[in-house]
Design a protein around this ligand. Structure first.
Ligand code: ADP
Ligand code: MG
Length: 219
């Protein structure tokens, strides 16, 4: 029982939207699940997230960014994820170690081997059983993210990632595709260009299949 499911994909691909919808579905179905996200899944992680996403921190170096995300993950894994899995719950997490590879290795150009070592250090022996990759054209994702930000109290709320040049986002998307090719049995690609309803139906089907059939990869 229990299992670890992650949502990955570029900015604006719909991860948070579908986390919310899936959470409602799992609650209705009385499936014991913890819905969480990185880096803000813990109180300490929220403080780290405030540093990472603060718009005045434009001068943050890639190395600093990597270590902050990893610090948040080290806390999140120990405080939230492992205890929930040990209690036989499902954990659904918005972004995890794959994002560090896609953003900090492929996007920022930091050393991929070092990032693997860091990911393993932060989450020893823990790997998602199922990863849903929300795939979408970079331009569409950024447009959607900009539309989301415009509804916030501060309409200029784009963070350092959303402000990156388009090439950065292409490298991130390509990074996710490389991860998928390396582990096709763990990943399921979702065509996130469709309506929320169609995407939600896919998410529900894939997650419910996983729950019925047990875990996919070793943990
Ligand atoms: N399938 C969709 N079609 C149109 N807009 C969408 C779709 N999915 C999400 N959105 C909108 O796009 C924006 C970004 O979605 P969000 O879930 O915040 O993405 P992410 O968490 O992946 O960055 C939100 O305003 C959301 O309402
Ligand atoms: Mg989100």
């Amino acid at each position: 029982m229990g299992g670890f499911i992650t949502f990955e994909g570029i900015e604006g691909s719909g991860k948070s939207t579908h986390m919310g919808l899936l959470a409602l579905h799992l609650k209705d179905a009385k499936i014991p699940a913890v819905i969480t996200q990185e880096p803000s899944g813990t109180a300490i992680g929220r403080k780290i997230g405030d540093i990472l996403f603060n718009r005045s921190h434009q001068g943050m170096f890639a190395e600093t960014e990597l270590l902050l995300f990893c610090a948040a993950r080290a806390q999140h894994v120990r405080e939230i994820i492992l205890p929930a899995l040990e209690a036989d719950k499902y954990v659904v997490c918005d972004r995890f170690s794959d994002a560090t590879f896609a953003y900090q290795a492929c996007g920022r150009g930091l050393d991929a081997a070092f990032i693997k070592t860091m990911n393993d250090y932060c989450a020893p022996g823990l790997k998602p059983d199922l990863t849903l990759l929300f795939d979408l054209q970079v331009e569409t994702g950024l447009q959607r993210a900009a539309g989301r930000d415009a509804k916030l109290a501060d309409p200029a709320a784009a963070d350092r990632f959303e402000r990156e040049k388009i090439d950065f986002h292409h490298r991130v998307r390509d990074g996710y595709e490389r991860l998928r090719q390396a582990e096709p049995e763990r990943f399921r690609v979702i065509d996130a260009s469709r309506t929320v309803e169609l995407v939600a139906a896919d998410v529900r089907r894939l997650v419910m299949d996983f729950i019925k059939n047990g875990k996919r990869s070793g943990r």
